[in-house]
Ligand binder design. Structure first.
Ligand SMILES: Cc1cc2nc3c(=O)[nH]c(=O)nc-3n(C[C@H](O)[C@H](O)[C@H](O)COP(=O)(O)OP(=O)(O)OC[C@H]3O[C@@H](n4cnc5c(N)ncnc54)[C@H](O)[C@@H]3O)c2cc1C
Length: 415
């Protein structure tokens, strides 16, 4: 019986354990927190967006930096396989807008508990067991060292899986410990960056209580549009966040790190063509010619944006519409369709949903999740240089790579 030892009891580690046990391995998970899957329990604002039912090619478009790496693990344990697995384990799921799948109970906690129940049926799970390092001889891990209740302990095994996650939300236990061991054993680490995170704006003063719906956000890098997203976003203390901001954040963070000029443009009226907008404003200036500019803005904008527009257009609030000149009308229209801000930075790992970067995919066999440097070492989950958009894709990465790593680790001698 192959003895499989797993570092990390997040979704990747738990799924690896379940699959390895199904393949008759003797499995031990070492988890440093007092409870496994702390991060999983807070996913999706406590609701857990488990996966996404998009077909394979559409699904893979949401995976970075190299979706081809993910194809074999997704093919081996897909989004639909995951849903079947959870349903059979007793968790009912529901599909919502954007093909996103959630537990019917709307409780992320239930997803964690269903996985743990499966794990406990056939595996040993040690909590408060912090892995501290590995012992390697002849390209083979011999021992894994860990601390538990003040004691220094070690465990041997035939195959080892590192599933210690990334470094975002470190209070959940994901503090990036595994990167160090990977590096020490010859694996390259692609620089870590926060992803799915808020963006800080230059010269910005807080706009309070402003959530925008049905707007279009463009990300410009060195004056070129690199991404466009439609949907919801919020203004915050430091700048912007919300669904469409998270979607452009990966590119924005990389561009900021490369010292490029990074800007965002918000089209507040994407349903209208510029021509329609001009017509509407011309009509208002004629039919309501005595109206003050301030009142026109009240009709055009959410209230928290009015001050910003007065500043950006430099038009006095009390000016009557009949007195607006063509330059002023042009300024108003430009700001309505492309409200521009310079991006100066991004929110740190402590607030980022996911870590971009990690173990270089070139150092891992995508068909087995096995290291190309150490014969009995496997990797799974966010520790890999694999991340994704919001929408359930990141958890599917953890589940699919965990499943494959568990399967192949259990069958090590035939890998
Ligand atoms: C707020 C938030 C919301 C999210 N919502 C969603 C969502 O709805 N849908 C989605 O798809 N993705 C979501 N994600 C992303 C998703 O949670 C992660 O991508 C996923 O949890 C990664 O799984 P993992 O098992 O690789 O790593 P983790 O979940 O980070 O698990 C790693 C585990 O390893 C343990 N560990 C670390 N170091 C050691 C050590 N030295 N010894 C022993 N154990 C160790 C940790 O304690 C942890 O339990 C969200 C993330 C956050 C932060």
């Amino acid at each position: 019986m192959t003895k499989v030892v797993i570092a990390g009891g997040g979704p990747a580690g738990l799924m690896a354990a379940i699959r390895a046990a199904e393949k008759n391995a003797n499995v031990t998970i070492l988890e440093k927190m007092e409870k496994p899957a702390r991060k999983l329990r807070i996913t999706g604002k406590g609701r857990c967006n488990i996966t996404n039912t998009k077909p394979e090619d559409d699904f893979l478009e949401n995976i970075f930096p190299d979706a081809r790496f993910f194809r074999p693990s997704f093919g081996n344990f897909s989004n639909l396989d995951l849903i079947d697995f959870l349903n059979n384990a007793g968790l009912t799921t529901v599909e919502e807008r954007g093909c996103r799948v959630f537990p019917a109970s709307q409780k992320a906690w239930d997803v964690a508990e269903v996985l743990l129940k499966k794990v406990r049926e056939r595996c040993r799970i040690e909590c408060k067991a912090k892995v501290t390092g590995l012992d390697i001889e002849n390209r083979t891990v011999k021992t894994l060292y860990y601390e538990q209740y003040g004691q220094e302990l070690k465990i041997s095994g035939d195959a080892f899986i590192i599933a210690t996650g990334g470094i975002s939300y470190p209070l959940t236990g994901s503090t990036g410990d595994g990167y160090e061991w990977a590096q020490q054993t010859g694996h390259k680490i692609v620089p870590l960056r926060p992803s799915l995170t808020g963006l800080e704006l230059n010269g910005y003063s807080e706009i309070k209580n402003c959530m925008l719906k049905n707007v279009e956000l463009s990300l410009l890098v060195d004056n070129r549009t690199v991404k466009k997203e439609f949907g919801e976003m919020n203004f915050t203390k430091y700048g912007i966040d919300g669904p469409i901001v998270l979607k452009v954040s990966r590119n924005a963070v990389d561009a900021v790190l490369a010292n490029k000029k990074v800007e965002i443009l918000i089209n507040l009226k994407p349903a209208l063509s510029e021509e329609q907008l001009v017509k509407r404003i011309d009509r208002d200036t004629v039919s309501c010619s005595d109206m003050r500019f301030f009142d026109m803005l009240k009709n055009l904008l959410p209230a928290p944006l009015i001050d910003l527009f007065l500043k950006k257009t430099a038009i006095p609030a009390k000016k009557q519409l009949k007195d607006l000149n063509s330059l002023e009308i042009e300024k108003l229209i430009t700001n309505l369709v492309s409200l521009k801000f310079a991006v100066k930075g991004y929110r740190p790992f402590s607030e980022a949903i996911v870590t971009a970067g990690g173990i270089d995919l070139k150092d891992v066999n995508r068909k087995t999740m096995r290291s190309k440097h150490i014969d009995n070492l496997f990797f799974a989950g966010e520790i890999l240089d694999l991340d994704a958009n919001t929408g359930g894709y990141n958890l599917q990465i953890a589940f699919s790579t965990g499943y494959l790593a568990g399967e192949k680790a259990a069958a090590l001698h035939s890998v």
